[in-house]
Design a binder for this molecule. Structure first.
Ligand SMILES: [Zn+2]
Length: 273
């Protein structure tokens, strides 16, 4: 699979109609029994947080998924909507989902919000009102067993991920790479974003207290969870491939098997139940 070669200095690929994507969220939420909360409003957009109770508490896992914090990463909210619509969640998983944290950024195709603030650098000392609102929503939620953030990287050669696992719990990193490899190229560079990487996995040893510009992942590992994945789709490949890569990463953590064969359209359509 070849890179498209469109991303010169920034993301210049396909964009999405974010209004249309977000219009699908309450519909799918209602259809599949999620509670939906609007925790903030910005420029006519609702910031949604969704919760799905577990159906069977035996071996319950609490998982939080967030998407769409960078407005030039369209596969992220698309994947969140696709996961909602496919509705293939295991019964013993309780879920929280923020499907799009920066809708205005998508109308501008910019990483930042309309004030030029990178929302994913403001989780220690928030300056953007949407992040203040997001943090106060997070504070009202219980501890999560695991968190997953859906992102894209405009310059990467393939999919990769960051793992934070300070207690050395059983890792999902290799399993995610193995599953995503069937639907999307993996970036196997030895250095990614200036950090050592191995087989598409970065395990940076960063003390959050040493950095003031906290991404969401630092907030979560400091306050809400002990295991966290930031998954990065390569945005110089076709959008459908990247959406599939992010959906596959989440499904691997959930223990949901791929639908049908691994083609880009394989997982479209009917839910598992
Ligand atoms: Zn991002």
């Amino acid at each position: 699979m070849q890179r498209l070669g469109k991303n010169l200095g920034k993301y210049l690929g396909e964009t999405i109609d974010v209004k249309k994507v977000l219009a699908g969220v309450p519909i799918a939420a209602q259809q599949h029994g999620w509670e939906l909360e609007v925790f903030f409003k910005v420029d006519g957009f609702d910031l949604f947080a969704l919760h799905r109770a577990c159906r069977n508490s035996a071996g319950r896992r609490r998982i939080y998924i967030s998407a769409g914090i960078h407005g030039d990463e369209p596969a992220s909210p698309e994947a969140a909507l696709k996961l909602l619509q496919e509705n293939r969640w295991p019964d013993n998983v309780e879920l929280w989902l923020c499907p799009c944290l920066n809708p205005v950024g998508f109308t501008l195709n910019t990483r930042a919000n309309k004030n030029g603030i990178d929302l994913n650098r403001g989780y220690l000392n928030p300056v953007a009102a949407e992040i203040t609102a997001h943090i106060s929503w997070l504070e009202r939620q219980p501890q999560f067993d695991l968190t997953i953030m859906l992102h894209e990287d405009w310059e990467s050669l393939g999919f990769y991920l960051y793992e934070q696992n300070p207690d050395g719990r059983p890792s999902y990193a290799e399993k995610i790479i193995e599953a995503v490899e069937k639907v999307c190229p993996i970036d196997r560079s030895e250095m990614i974003e200036g950090r050592p990487a191995k087989g598409g996995i970065l395990r940076p040893n960063i003390d959050p207290s040493s950095r003031p510009d906290w991404p969401e992942a630092f907030y979560l590992i400091s306050h809400k969870t002990r295991q966290s994945y930031t998954v990065e789709a390569p945005s110089d490949f076709p959008l459908e491939i990247r959406v599939n890569a992010l959906v596959t990463a989440v499904n691997t953590v959930l223990g949901v098997h791929p639908l049908g064969c691994s083609g880009p359209d394989a997982s479209r359509g009917s839910g598992a139940r």
